[in-house]
Design a protein around this ligand. Structure first.
Ligand code: NAD
Length: 352
């Protein structure tokens, strides 16, 4: 796409916001979901590894690499639940897409907004296979940064149009409801998690707390619901009571990573789970009965970020929403890297 290989397109936060607004949030999420599904369907082609996590007292910093043999992508992402108290985001991210043939980066982009979009697109895509047919009511427990994206993706992709919101901080629910006003939702703010799950066909948990939390207890989950458990995504950080897991059919992205990070870290290492790529390729069943409790134990996997990077790259030419970054050294003669420095010093009148 770019004329000079040493110049790398860079999508800043400002450009990403313009890109999302130019395309439209619902269309962006729907198109992104098709890229994510496409990559799940070619699952066996990908290099896969649990993400590389560096844990500290307050949070985690992770690298998420993958490749399909032609393109290579990685995301840098953090998770620090205490950050919001200091006016910082819980989750921030950026990522790179590169050409496997030359090893040259082709795109550097912000991924904080893109992560919220890809997480929501993945959740809604999975719900298309697992949620009860015709579901219209979703509970969202945890009304922080990810919540509106989740709501809009479910509306665009699965037809959810009634929301029941709950957060331990009522101002978070009020903000979420205000941000979603006029987007076609019927919204109820609830005073407890118990009240929020009443009548819901889909329950999304997307809280941030660095502990084994119990956002849902067993008695809160009736038969037939689909649970979209997004917030438990680190060792020692879960949201569901173990008994719910024992009553559910559990669907995961990449088992070796989910067993470390997901709700299923509470279960034996050989507890049966179904891989999503198998459901999406017809190799395994999704929802099979009205009574079944389906659980998407979401932790976020590298292929979803890879799909998001591919999607953003495909939008750049038409929209021009990027800057050109002088990221890669480009001497006239490839081996003359030091000579390039000498020529620059002569130009600047500086002794090297
Ligand atoms: P955030 O800090 O912006 O929002 C979290 C919200 O949860 C806050 O409003 C907080 O008040 C609320 N909360 C905390 N404990 C609660 C409780 N016991 N009951 C009800 N509400 C509670 O965080 P965010 O960016 O929205 O992320 C939410 C979670 O999702 C984080 O844990 C993050 O790590 C996770 N996440 C997962 C994925 C994935 O792919 N699975 C992707 C992105 C983020």
């Amino acid at each position: 796409m770019q004329a000079k290989l040493n110049i790398v397109p860079f999508v800043s936060v400002d450009s990403m916001m313009k890109l999302v607004l130019a395309i439209g949030v619902e269309r962006f999420l729907t198109e992104l979901a098709t890229y994510i599904e496409e990559d799940f369907r070619r699952w066996e082609l990908f290099d896969k590894t649990p993400r590389v996590a560096s844990h500290s007292h307050d949070g985690v910093i992770e690298l998420m690499p993958t490749s399909d043999g032609h393109l290579y992508g990685f995301k840098y992402v953090n998770g620090h639940p205490k950050n919001t108290r200091e006016g910082l985001q819980t989750v921030t991210a950026f990522g790179v897409l590169a050409d496997v043939g030359s090893g040259y980066p082709m795109l550097l982009t912000e991924m904080t907004i893109l992560t919220a979009l890809r997480t929501a697109a993945t959740s809604a895509l999975v719900a298309k296979y697992l949620a009860p047919k015709g579901a219209r009511t979703m509970t969202i427990i945890g009304n922080g940064a990810q919540s509106e994206f989740q709501a809009i993706a479910f509306k665009a992709i699965t037809g959810i149009d009634r929301l029941r919101l709950y957060d331990i901080d009522p101002s978070a629910s009020r903000r979420c409801a205000k941000n979603l006003a006029g987007m076609g939702f019927d919204i109820t703010i609830c005073a407890s998690g118990q009240e929020a799950v009443e009548g819901a066909e889909v329950i999304t948990t997307v809280t941030a707390d660095k502990q084994y939390a119990t956002i849902l207890t067993d008695n809160m989950v009736g038969s037939g619901v689909h649970i979209n458990a997004v917030g438990g995504d680190c060792p020692g950080k879960t949201e569901l009571h173990r008994d719910i897991l024992l009553r559910s059919d559990i669907f995961v992205e990449f088992p070796p990573q989910t067993r470390i990070e997901g709700e299923i870290q509470q279960l034996d290492g050989d507890h049966p789970v179904t891989e999503l790529w198998q459901v999406m390729t017809g190799k395994a069943a999704g929802r099979t009965s009205d009574k079944q409790i389906t659980l998407f134990d979401s932790v976020g996997f590298a292929t979803e970020d890879f799909s998001a990077l591919r999607y953003v790259r495909d939008q750049l030419q038409a929209t021009g929403l990027y800057e050109e970054l002088d990221l890669l050294a480009d001497p006239d003669e490839p081996r003359d890297l030091f000579g390039m420095l000498l020529r620059a010093s002569a130009k600047e009148g500086v002794i090297a």
